[in-house]
Ligand binder design. Structure first.
Ligand SMILES: [Zn+2]
Ligand SMILES: [Zn+2]
Length: 354
């Protein structure tokens, strides 16, 4: 079901080429080498059905969005001037904590559970054929030869060790995160206190349609990604800029964790935030789209650094390799002169940096 990305225990060239080595669990690969399973197809069909239903009869979804919008306008929290940056920071905390829980053991036990399912349901039921067949063979061999069965199969050891090492957060990192949060929030809070403007901006703004929110979020991601691509290339092209601004994000090459998302210099943190704000302003996004964009982009950023490849992730659900995902961004952390775009693959394809 899940494919753990390259874990640094062998040369990158072997990644995905030898499923019996540690950490490289190959699922039932579908088109374009994507991790496509029944789950992927279920999500694809659900999304297409939702889109068709919405085009046919938009009133239900639009009514839901209209209600949400009225509730928000009544909420003093939403009307708070610093609502947007606070949502962004809380989203980082929430998603990074969720991925941390995932790294700290759930991943290991998930694979064990999948192997039990594989044994009960038969070959191909989980998409972890290579791992589970190897585990079952090994267990059978050891049982026959009278050896005591190991609790952790060898196939999982390197991944298990590597991720547990990285999952434990050193105290110094907490201080770094607190510093980043303060450097981001304090200037924004001060500015919002000095120049309160949210009430004025939201006065008389009507509810958006569901379609408008979806379109604006996708367009904002596309524009953000385009600007970021060139900014990212610039950071890698100049040795001094790279050292001062971007090197901290490349501190770990593999395995990377969701915490890499906020392992940023203050300059990069601010430039990234400014790119987001400029994008939303240039596109005249509705306030509800802005809020949705902030949560979506934070999730996608943490997913990019999670080190896993699940069938439900956008890069597997959206066909034709249009979306990057953790596999491609992991490649950028190992090979920093490739794969500069964050979310979409077109700039790297057009400019031969894929
Ligand atoms: Zn990164
Ligand atoms: Zn980079």
């Amino acid at each position: 079901m899940a494919v753990n990305l390259y874990d640094g225990t062998q040369p990158p060239s072997q990644y995905h080429s030898n499923p019996k080595k540690g950490g490289n669990m190959v699922s039932s690969a579908g088109d374009d080498g994507a991790n496509v399973t029944l789950v992927t197809w279920f999500i694809r069909l659900s999304l297409v059905s939702l889109a068709v239903c919405y085009v046919y009869n938009p009133t239900i979804m639009d009514a839901v969005i209209g209600n949400v919008w009225l509730q928000l306008l009544d909420s003093p929290l939403y009307m708070w001037d610093s609502f947007e940056p606070t949502v962004a920071v809380l989203s980082f905390v929430f998603f990074i904590f969720a991925w941390w829980l995932h790294d700290f053991g759930a991943r290991f036990y998930w694979h064990k559970l999948m192997c039990v399912v594989q044994r009960c349901m038969g070959k191909g039921s989980t998409g972890l054929d290579n791992l589970c067949v190897t585990m079952n063979d090994r267990t059978a061999t050891k049982r026959n030869s009278g050896q005591r069965q190991k609790r952790i199969p060898d196939e999982l050891r390197p991944m298990h060790k590597a991720w547990h090492t990285r999952a434990a957060v050193p105290m110094a990192e907490y201080a770094q995160y607190a510093f980043i949060a303060v450097m981001f929030l304090v200037p924004l809070y001060a500015f919002d206190l000095l120049f309160p403007r949210r009430h004025m901006r939201l006065d008389g703004v009507g509810a958006p349609s569901f379609g408008r929110v979806c379109c604006e979020v996708v367009c904002a991601l596309l524009l953000y990604d385009s600007i970021f691509y060139f900014w990212h290339r610039f950071m890698h092209s100049d040795a001094r800029v790279y050292r001062i601004v971007h090197a901290v994000h490349h501190k770990y090459t593999s395995p990377i964790t969701a915490r890499e998302t906020i392992r940023l210099s203050v300059v990069e943190l601010w430039v990234d935030s400014i790119i987001s704000v400029v994008t939303l302003n240039v596109l005249f996004c509705h306030p509800l789209s802005r809020c949705t964009f902030n949560v979506v982009i934070v999730y996608l950023l943490t997913e990019l650094h999670c080190g896993c490849d699940y069938p439900w992730m956008p890069h597997n659900v959206i066909p034709f390799n249009l979306v990057t995902g953790p596999k491609i961004h992991g490649k950028h952390h190992r090979l920093p002169n490739r794969a500069f775009a964050k979310f979409f693959t077109h700039w790297d394809s057009w400019l031969s940096t894929a």
